[in-house]
Write a protein that binds this ligand. Structure first.
Ligand SMILES: *[C@@H]1O[C@H](CO)[C@@H](O)[C@H](O)[C@H]1NC(C)=O
Ligand SMILES: *[C@@H]1O[C@H](CO)[C@@H](O)[C@H](O)[C@H]1NC(C)=O
Ligand SMILES: *[C@@H]1O[C@H](CO)[C@@H](O)[C@H](O)[C@H]1NC(C)=O
Ligand SMILES: CC(=O)N[C@H]1CO[C@H](CO)[C@@H](O)[C@@H]1O
Length: 374
């Protein structure tokens, strides 16, 4: 048996509570300037658990645990496997791959109205976060479940992409993007869905933004809307500016730069074809203005992020570049939500027993309103 498994578990049981206590006291007693709220403890737990993990922990412990928990919620949903043969165009479009051959993509039909009509009903294709390395964080299912109460006629499909956790080169980036292309093409072309809405958080937000660019370049039917929740815009590059300016945010956010670094190591293939300066991967740092101009004219986009998240710098810069395109369909009032006091992926973490209370949270209400608008 792999020794790192019991070591990681012991760290979670014994070290994590101490770290949580330490960082909580630090916020309360040392950094009194920060507006302390109970939910900060949840963020500390998430961030420090990630910081205590080993690269192998994703494969051996975290993902099996998430799969097990998600199994309870997903037991009534239909899993579908899609076989997708990479075309020459794919290989040309994605210089990061030389050959992946056939790609199996897995999707989960989380919600599907009995008389679902792909021509008229909307369908959300959801991409989860977790740095490309973890499976769907179980609390995201609450978010999607509550969302579906408001839109009972909307189908919800969750993409269960291969994570980078195995450490195998073929499981690294851009496999996750190609599987997303496969899932999207399947829904758009084979299921004939006309009203597709892309949605994703963190690394999933990166996939949403990458897929939009990919579809434009390949001239495939576009989705009608896209929602990127705290998108991880630049997985391969951080500016010194953000590393110094946002160091303080690390104390109150649910992720840390050192946690992200672990994810970056995992997604980076050793292949010499890999180009970290791909605008499909480093969406802000390698911003492709021409493509985004077309996307904005065709797709209703919403980007949400929080004032207390370490990624706010790169997300704000991305939004700024979108704004500079000056497309009448994109403006700060309609297409961006900066959540005051919000953490990384805040909307997916809100726990509330009462549906109407849940729907009043600013980020949630903006997402609901955006799904509702024509
Ligand atoms: C995470 O762990 C690293 C060492 O592995 C440490 O340098 C860093 O300060 C930790 N980050 C936080 C936010 O505690
Ligand atoms: C769509 O269906 C065709 C014909 O059944 C199949 O060859 C193709 O692989 C499918 N495409 C996707 C993306 O599922
Ligand atoms: C939701 O309920 C909690 C607890 O009753 C309350 O503190 C919070 O302000 C409510 N949130 C909203 C957005 O109404
Ligand atoms: C009505 C409904 O589905 N409510 C769920 C919303 O999400 C919370 C967790 O945030 C669940 O506890 C509720 O069951």
């Amino acid at each position: 048996m792999n020794l790192l498994v019991p070591v990681f578990l012991l760290k979670i049981i014994f070290v994590l509570p101490l770290k949580m206590l330490f960082y909580t006291l630090d916020l309360l007693l040392v950094r009194r300037s920060c507006n302390f709220r109970l939910k900060l403890i949840g963020r500390i737990a998430m961030r420090e658990a990630l910081n205590l993990s080993y690269i192998q922990s994703f494969k051996d412990v975290i993902n099996p645990a998430f799969d097990w928990l998600n199994g309870f919620f997903l037991k009534n949903s239909n899993e579908e496997e899609i076989f997708y043969e990479c075309t020459d165009t794919d290989l040309k479009m994605l210089p990061n791959i030389k050959s992946l051959g056939e790609v199996n993509a897995k999707i989960n039909w989380f919600r599907k109205p009995v008389d679902f009509n792909p021509k008229t009903d909307s369908i959300i294709l959801y991409f989860h976060g977790g740095g490309f390395a973890t499976k769907l964080i179980p609390s995201t299912l609450f978010f999607l479940q509550n969302l579906s109460r408001f839109f009972p006629r909307t189908a919800i499909v969750i993409q269960d992409y291969t994570t980078t956790a195995s450490g195998k080169d073929t499981d690294k980036y851009p496999r996750q993007l190609i599987e997303s292309v496969a899932a999207y093409s399947h829904l758009s072309q084979n299921v004939s869905c006309s009203n597709i809405i892309l949605m994703g958080e963190s690394a999933g937000g990166n996939l949403v933004l990458a897929l939009l660019q990919y579809l434009i370049r390949r001239d495939i039917n576009m989705p009608i809307k896209a929602v990127a929740i705290s998108p991880w815009c630049n997985p391969m590059s951080y500016s010194d500016e953000e590393l110094t300016l946002y160091k303080d945010c690390e104390r109150i956010d649910s992720i840390s730069f050192s946690g992200l670094k672990r994810f970056t190591e995992l997604l980076h293939p050793t292949s010499s074809h890999f180009n970290p300066l791909d605008p499909l991967l480093n969406i802000e740092a390698c911003f492709d203005e021409k493509t985004w101009k077309i996307i904005l004219s065709q797709v209703d986009l919403l980007v949400t992020y929080g004032t207390e998240e370490i990624l706010k710098h790169q997300i704000a810069k991305f939004i700024n570049k979108l704004e500079n395109i000056q497309c009448e369909k994109f403006n700060l009032a309609n297409n961006v939500l900066l959540d005051e006091g919000g953490s990384h992926i805040e909307p997916a973490l809100i726990i509330s027993r009462d549906l109407s209370n849940w729907s009043r949270y600013k980020t949630v209400s903006r997402i609901l309103a955006m799904l509702d608008r024509k």
